[in-house]
Design a protein around this ligand. Sequence first.
Ligand code: OGA
Ligand code: MN
Length: 301
Amino acid sequence: MAQVVSTPLDTADLKTTALHPAFGVEVHDVDLREVTAERLYPAIRALFERHSLLLFAAQHLDDAAHLAFGQLFGPIEDRSNARMDGKPRISYGVSNETEDGGVYGEDDLRLLDLKANMLWHTDSTFLPVPALANVLQARVVPSEGGATEFVSTRAGFRSFEPDLQARLRGMSFHHSYAQSRRRIAPELATIEKIAMWPDTEWKAVWRNPVIGDESLYIASHAFAVSGMDEAEGALFIDGLIERVTRPEQVYAHDWRPGDVLVWDERAMLHRGRPWPYEQARTLVSCCVSAGDADGLSAMRP
Ligand code: OGA
Ligand code: MN
């Protein structure tokens, strides 16, 4: 019989309740400011590996505390390419608030960019180093709408026929930031910070090296399948996303200010939902880059 290993999956000290039968837990009685590499992080990381989505309510982290927690998972991603100092920063990109206290107009490109988040996606598959995790916190929430929805691509992969699973293990997908933005508005695809990223190619299945489970690694950014006609590949990708995002597979998070969600980009798809755009909605985040210990090297075709 296999030996039972208590680390790194020892989560016994943390009180949790399920968010969805297939994935996700709320973690209770933890102040994220008190988490260090030695204290609580190992148990939180074990929950992350196993459940893919973690909710910590009423945290109200400032940027420094938010970054400090994110950094426990790995290096903070810098997708801007505009800042040359390499200093990790919190992203204020998931917000429709203007600097003078208003909100973006309906046809503002920045609102269209937020609407592109409403396609089922995984963050940063278009970057040379993709993300392991996103740590997202609500600052300002609208009176209605504006949920963020999640599905497990691990549960999705598990639900596929063995033949399809075997085919997917041998496949890779091409990803492009411009391609996903073009689906919403062609003008978005020409913005420098979007157009600058060359296409990437990742295997279609990400195996979690800690627990061994496999997930479909897919996103709105995926536009072609290696070795397949481009239009045929795009249809194949759309069909897979449709299969894993059936309504009963979805957990919709209705934000309260101070909520922190952490999710495993290797094993989740997510999307934003609309809200009345005359109201402010501000989420702040940092993404953490994946590394070889997270299974990244095996993802290169
Ligand atoms: C994100 C994202 C969706 C939302 O922050 O990566 O996709 O609900 N957000 O705003
Ligand atoms: Mn996202």
